[in-house]
Design a protein around this ligand. Sequence first.
Ligand SMILES: *[C@@H]1O[C@H](CO)[C@@H](O)[C@H](O)[C@H]1NC(C)=O
Ligand SMILES: *[C@@H]1O[C@H](CO)[C@@H](O)[C@H](O)[C@H]1NC(C)=O
Ligand SMILES: *[C@@H]1O[C@H](CO)[C@@H](O)[C@H](O)[C@H]1NC(C)=O
Ligand SMILES: *[C@@H]1O[C@H](CO)[C@@H](O)[C@H](O)[C@H]1NC(C)=O
Length: 461
Amino acid sequence: MRERVRRSRPVGWLLLALLGAALLGSRASRLYTPDWESLDSRPLPAWFDEAKFGVFVHWGVYSVPAWGSEWFWWHWQGEGRLRYQLFMRDNYPPGFTYADFGPKFTAHFFHPDEWAQLFLAAGAKYVVFTAKHHEGFTNWPSPVSWNWNSKDMGPHRDLVGELGEALRKRNIRYGLYHSLLEWFHPLYLLDKKNGFRTQHFVSSKTMPELLDLVNSYQPDLIWSDGEWECPDTYWNSTYFLSWLYNDSPVKDEVVVNDRWGRNCSCHHGGYYNCQDKFVPESLPDHKWEMCTSLDKWSWGYRRDLKVTDVLGESEIISELVQTVSLGGNYLLNVGPTKDGLIVPIFQERLLAVGRWLQVSGEAIYASKPWRVQIEKNETSVWYTSKGSVVYAIFLQWPENDSLYLKSPITTSTTKVTMLGIKGYLKWSRDLEEGMYIALPPLPLSELPVEFAWTVKLTGVK
Ligand SMILES: *[C@@H]1O[C@H](CO)[C@@H](O)[C@H](O)[C@H]1NC(C)=O
Ligand SMILES: *[C@@H]1O[C@H](CO)[C@@H](O)[C@H](O)[C@H]1NC(C)=O
Ligand SMILES: *[C@@H]1O[C@H](CO)[C@@H](O)[C@H](O)[C@H]1NC(C)=O
Ligand SMILES: *[C@@H]1O[C@H](CO)[C@@H](O)[C@H](O)[C@H]1NC(C)=O
């Protein structure tokens, strides 16, 4: 190789030099340094904003007691809550430890293709799966989680890998949830005792596992959590992220959230989650995601789930619409059973979202916030837009089939249609501002969706 280059003519050398300079230049322009100013300047890969709707999955050893929440271990032995102690006394033999739940996490009925098919039918463009929660159990064969991972114990399978394959066959983006802290890991407790001035846990557990996850599964998204007890300097977060953005196999497409150290969330990282279930009051100037759970009280599965604990279809769709109108993504959580089943009530809710998106997806996927987000009147109307097209999503059907929209400024070319219905709708200008739209008086059986209908406006300002 070297010989051939040496013998090439001067023009060849010039070309090589130019090429080299271009490569160096593009490399330099893509080089992020391990500080927030640099990392925060990275543009968010476009797929994330376009995706709008994702499914979150919380699955781990906590799915075995399946009681209280995925924080079971902490409530029981970290805080020693009486309710949890009584639950253990009444249901398990004396001396039963949390680790004894591990072998009972069987995943017997886990068919990743069935999950992926359900998430596809739900209209999800991405899925975020708990690779490891605060209990430290890894859902993949982590070489640094000896006998506390899904290959050595319980399922005896690589859950992270299997789900990823099934999702990617269906072009669904794959995100991995990863908890920085582990409640009871001896090295974490040692670092804590040292006031987090040592990093034994980070160098032997957190960093190796994050690198392993990225290199082995090439996730499109890393959903970081469990950051709150220590500053990002303890977690080595800016070093990890600069590697992720500069040199990792997913450097161009990967998206991360904002939980990378105490006081980081809502300030630094990729997109912002801020608090769980966070909803901003007005349009934020930074991409964000609202994460919430189908079970109002837990992210992990609970055996004593009641129907009234489950978000209703109209609640879910309202939240999705509000979130997207305010520029966010909506990440809806489901907790499978220890066997790997997604119970029918969760399936039903996910499929309801999918049916709604079949009709209304045009106003959601790849949309942008409009200049107005909400109009409050008899009925709530949320707006989204795509280029010059404006979508008004109204949550209640107006009493006399006449929808009043205050904000759109009509023109001579204004046209109105309704998603899921053929033909144009009649409309008229209000004398002062806004417009009235005559909705088709359809019988219930012919309504395109049962809730949250969308009118599409063209030629409005
Ligand atoms: C932090 O990251 C840097 C760069 O990857 C690495 O050299 C260093 O060892 C890491 N520190 C710890 C404690 O893992
Ligand atoms: C970080 O957060 C803690 C607790 O929320 C707060 O008391 C503290 O003032 C914050 N520090 C900075 C530098 O913002
Ligand atoms: C509410 O809608 C009615 C028409 O349905 C309209 O006359 C009225 O001005 C609206 N109120 C506000 C506050 O926009
Ligand atoms: C329908 O409602 C609008 C707004 O409240 C009102 O202006 C209009 O007069 C109503 N039409 C009928 C037929 O009641």
